[in-house]
Design a protein around this ligand. Structure first.
Ligand code: SF4
Length: 1002
């Protein structure tokens, strides 16, 4: 057992950067070494102290570390001592979380690490002899046995002696956290809400109360709150909700602006307002702002609930299985250490949210994302009331809390899925969530994209194989997949009316692709597809190699499975028709290739008909099973206890949502092949199609190198049609808001402004509702003319990666860091990162990158925010919704104009939704994306920032994307760097306002 740090055998400490590192030797000497030298030194020493072991190993050029990690990772110690807290996974982030001041943190070199370890061990020691400390001791003994590098030091700090007294929690029980969590209690259903209105004056008053007398008065925010209140008026006509479109320029304070009327409406009417945003990260951001309304965390927890899909939460049953499986192996086990830390967190978490909640986003980096995937409810195998942990279940508790809350913060995907399920289940269906009558769609410019995903249909190998696994279980594979029979056993056994349809379902499920389909598809397509290594990737990505040879001969007899046969035919058609076969063409969406479904290749109609018949048998069997389960609910009213009733209701719900709706959608799509809507014929004959059908081939998460997924896809041409029908029309009021609802080309009055509003209405579904939406726009309070500059660099060749990387380096160095680099393609981001990381590190500017650093986006943004001189590279997700006020973000560099991706979906939409102006349709998308990107720059009235576009081809007609007053100038790279440096330095020196040079044009 090791003693707490420091000790005579002080371990070395290491902070790795790109290519170099700071190393504290066991003798206390701090060295700056090249990565290779540090690796050599480390071989002779005990395991080092590090922060983020996997990232450190990657930066040293080492292979992935074994599990359990032999190194002393301070992040593991942090999650053990302070569970339920998130921090940026850096030395500085850790030091700040432990209350060290900036002077002590200094350059955050390796010599700080022993002090951080001591602080954490001291905090553990402070819990000695307390109930929490005793629980920690029991868990630490279990972790020590599993080979935890910190085990000895933590046990010494806690003064834990083994064996523990018999009355104490024992090591084997400490990890079984599900036995100790509190139980939730059910409450009576909430009555339907009343319909009292909220006036604009009331909303303004509530806003004032939230902000307090000291807050600066923002007229725009009060106007916004007043306009938003119109969405909370009583509905006058069924199917005709009050819809408000409210654009709020950056800095308006729109969150509190809509929370004011929303919270008042909820209080007056006893109902919930659902606030929907685009990403998990933004959900947390909104939740954070609600502390202005409910400063007391306990009160806030009663009134506000954050809801996500079930797959985000810890499933205690899956955790129990994972603990049993990992524990049965004995010996050292990284899984046991990871699960023990999950157990620590589960006792401290607010809501059990594994992804983006109070479990740090980097936890999955340390123990593998598979560990988290295995303990979430990702496979849809929840057994609800039959689960021994049901009354402690985080998912169920979160659903129940949401039923009582005033404000539910959700995301677009969940809200749309929920509305679609409600439409499917009907009024009689037992629903998990009370369907709200009032919605706020924040980040409303994403409504169309979210609806596009929510209301599309995909029949792909992975989707179909996953359904087979859900119905039939693992079928001999090494997996814990339970299958429908095992999940429904207690409800069905001894009930012949249920056993027969269940058996029919299981029989019919054999039409779905059997295990091994993906490898067989890869074999059949070989040598059309050759694995080709891509820069910066561990695994080889299959890419097209040369022209397509004759299609492989695949006889129906060799592939009796109708779904697998269909997949082969789809793959064959896409390979034959895609332009990606041509040398130098890389396809779309990260290497995916696609082609139109029509005209159909010869064998497809027969294969589609055969598969439709087979899937229809499955749909009929599923429907019968659902009906019989519902009959049992009706017939056995007196015999069923409430737990069994709830269980049957949950089984019906899951069967409908997870299986039946999907299979019915596939059958409809297959039957439409060759049908009147989508049959062969020119565009003129068909007119405007309702759907877009195409085939896509790509590699998906979880597939092995060389394997690919192929699928038939059906999207709505205008996905806001189903959005309006399924979600908007049944609602009573909807507020849709964003900083970029309208394309700013419509700035000003007259026809252009009207067209901009009409386009916004089309993108948000407002144009499909009976009454017109109320329009409101509040300008940003920022003085962009004074606070920002924008440049277009006109001497960097767009197709030269070396020149692009050189431009990024020049600009990031001139700004002294604080730069966000945005890319439209992952491959270019990686190529630039490869050339950029070392020189920037040498200049003292740490560089982080999405798609490279193996960290989730929220973690990367946290690091970027906490390190004022770091730089970050990212793609779309960083362009939208990153909120980094202050010096940490003072420069945004966009590599090229963010034109829409030229895929089939876009081709059809620009043709049919552009009112005959496809070019203008493209421009509008690019302008909105540029506006979003620019919006990252200035987040408060004291921010100063520079936006640079490295694309000399950028047409001037796109420049209206920038806010009014922003001076945009085309210049060479050197000049831009100089002007930018001078502008940023001028403001750092306190010069207020930097007059534009005469050559500036706005
Ligand atoms: S009720 Fe479902 S989600 Fe909850 S712990 Fe049990 S199986 Fe997991």
């Amino acid at each position: 057992m090791a003693a707490p740090l420091p000790s005579p055998d002080m371990p070395p400490a290491l902070v790795a950067r790109h290519g170099s590192c700071s190393l504290l030797t066991p003798d206390g000497e701090v060295l700056t070494l090249a990565a290779e030298e540090a690796v050599r030194e480390l071989r002779a020493w005990p395991a080092p102290l590090v922060v983020h072991a996997p990232l450190t190993a990657r930066r040293l050029g080492l292979p992935p570390l074994p599990q359990p990690t032999p190194w002393l990772d301070l992040l593991e110690l942090f999650t053990f001592v302070l569970p339920g807290r998130t921090i940026p996974p850096t030395v500085r982030g850790l030091a700040q979380a432990l209350d060290l001041d900036d002077a002590r943190i200094g350059a955050a070199e390796a010599d700080l690490l022993p002090e951080l370890a001591d602080i954490l061990l001291d905090r553990a020691a402070a819990l000695r002899m307390t109930p929490a400390g005793e629980d920690m001791a029991a868990l630490a003994i279990r972790m020590d046995r599993a080979g935890w590098a910190w085990g000895g030091s933590v046990l010494a700090a806690l003064g834990a002696a083994h064996p523990l007294p018999p009355e104490a929690l024992q090591p084997g029980d400490a990890i079984r956290v599900w036995r100790r969590l509190p139980r939730w209690e059910d409450t009576a259903p909430r009555p339907a809400p009343a319909n009292h209105p909220v006036s604009a004056a009331d909303a303004r008053r509530r806003l004032g109360e939230m902000l307090g007398p000291q807050a600066e008065s923002r007229a725009g925010q009060a106007d916004f709150a007043g306009a938003a209140s119109a969405a909370f008026a009583p509905r006058l006509v069924r199917g005709d909700p009050h819809m408000v479109l409210a654009e709020a320029g950056t800095g308006t304070g729109k969150t509190l602006g809509y929370v004011a009327p929303a919270s008042l409406w909820a209080e007056r009417n006893g109902g919930a307002v659902w606030i929907s945003t685009y990403t998990r990260h933004l959900q947390r951001q909104i939740e954070g702002e609600l502390s202005r309304l409910y400063p007391d965390p306990a009160v806030r927890r009663r009134h506000v609930v954050l809801r996500k899909g079930r797959e985000n939460y810890l499933c205690l049953l899956n955790m129990e299985e994972a603990v049993n499986m990992a524990g049965s192996r004995g010996g050292p086990s990284g899984a046991i250490i990871g699960l023990s830390l999950v157990a620590r967190w589960a006792g401290a978490t607010a809501d059990g949210d594994l992804l983006g909640g109070d479990l740090p986003g980097w936890f999955g980096d340390l123990f593998g994302r598979g560990l988290l995937a295995g303990i979430a409810d990702r496979r849809g195998e929840c057994i609800h009331g039959a689960c021994p942990h049901y009354q402690r279940c985080f998912v169920e508790h979160s659903i129940r809390r949401a039923r009582e809350a005033d404000l539910v913060i959700a995301n677009h995907a969940l809200v749309m899925a929920q509305a679609a399920w409600h439409a499917m289940d009907g009024e009689s269906g037992a629903d998990e969530d009370n369907i709200p009558t009032r919605y706020v769609f924040d980040e409303g410019h994403h409504v169309m994209d979210a609806a596009d995903s929510a209301f599309s249909t995909e029949l792909s190998g992975l989707e179909a194989a996953e359904l087979r696994r859900w119905l039939l279980g693992a079928e001999g594979a090494r997996s814990r997949a339970r299958g429908l029979k095992r999940r429904l056993d207690d409800l069905v056994v001894g009930q012949p009316r249920l056993e027969a349809p269940l058996e029919a379902v299981l029989q019919a499920a054999h039409a779905l692709p059997p295990p091994g389909w993906s490898a067989r598809l890869a074999d059949a397509l070989h040598p059309v597809l050759e694995p080709v290594p891509q820069a910066g990737e561990d695994e080889a990505m299959p890419a097209l190699a040369g022209p397509v040879p004759a299609a492989p001969v695949l006889a129906d007899a060799t592939l009796p499975n109708p779904c697998e046969w269909m997949l082969h035919l789809l793959a064959r058609q896409v390979l034959a028709r895609s332009r990606a076969n041509e040398p130098g063409h890389t396809g779309h969406r990260g290497g995916a290739i696609e082609c139109d479904l029509h005209p159909l290749s010869d064998a497809l109609p027969a294969a589609a008909a055969a598969l439709a018949r087979a899937l229809d048998r499955l749909a009929v069997a599923l429907r019968t099973l659902v009906e019989r389960l519902l009959e049992r609910l009706e017939d056995d009213t007196g015999d069923l206890d409430s737990a069994t009733r709830e269980r049957i209701e949950a089984a019906v719900r899951t069967l409908r949502r997870r299986a039946l709706s999907r299979v019915e959608g596939w059958v409809a799509m297959l039957r439409a092949i060759g049908g009147p809507e989508d049959g062969p014929g020119g565009m003129a004959e068909r007119g405007t199609p309702q759907h877009i059908d195409f085939i896509r081939l790509d590699r998906r998460e979880g597939q092995r190198p060389g394997e690919q997924d192929v699928g038939l896809h059906r999207h709505w041409l205008d996905p806001t049609i189903p959005f309006a029908a399924v979600l908007a029309a049944p609602a009573h009021g909807i507020l849709t808001t964003s900083a970029t609802l309208r394309d700013e080309n419509g700035r000003g009055d007259g026809d252009e402004a009207e067209r901009a509003w009409e386009a916004a209405e089309a993108r948000t579904g407002a144009s499909h509702l009976p009454s017109p939406a109320l329009r409101a726009a509040v300008a940003s309070p920022f003085d962009y003319r004074r606070q920002s500059r924008a440049f277009i660099v006109n001497d960097v060749a767009h197709d030269d990666i070396g020149a692009l990387a050189g431009a990024y380096r020049t600009l990031f160095q001139a700004a002294g860091g604080g730069g966000l680099g945005l890319f439209t393609a992952i491959s270019r981001l990686r190529a630039v990162h490869q050339r950029l990381s070392r020189p920037l590190e040498d200049a003292g500017i740490p560089l982080y990158a999405q798609h490279v650093d193996g960290m989730d986006n929220a973690t990367l943004v946290d690091i970027f925010r906490s390190e004022a001189n770091s730089c970050l590279l990212g793609t779309d997700a960083m362009r939208d919704g990153v909120d980094v006020p202050g010096r940490s973000l003072r420069l945004v560099v966009f590599e090229r104009v963010p034109w829409p991706r030229p895929d089939i979906l876009h081709r059809e939409r620009r043709t049919h939704l552009s009112r005959g102006q496809p070019g203008e349709y493209d421009d509008r998308i690019a302008r909105l994306r540029l506006r979003q990107a620019f919006g990252r720059l200035i987040r408060s009235s004291s921010d100063r920032g520079v936006f640079v576009l490295l694309d000399r081809r950028a047409p001037s007609r796109l420049l209206s994307a920038f806010p009014e007053g922003v001076a945009v100038r085309r210049a060479g790279l050197g000049e831009v760097a100089r002007d930018m440096e001078s502008f940023l330095r001028g403001h750092e020196n306190g010069e207020d306002g930097f007059p534009p040079s005469p050559s500036f044009t706005s």
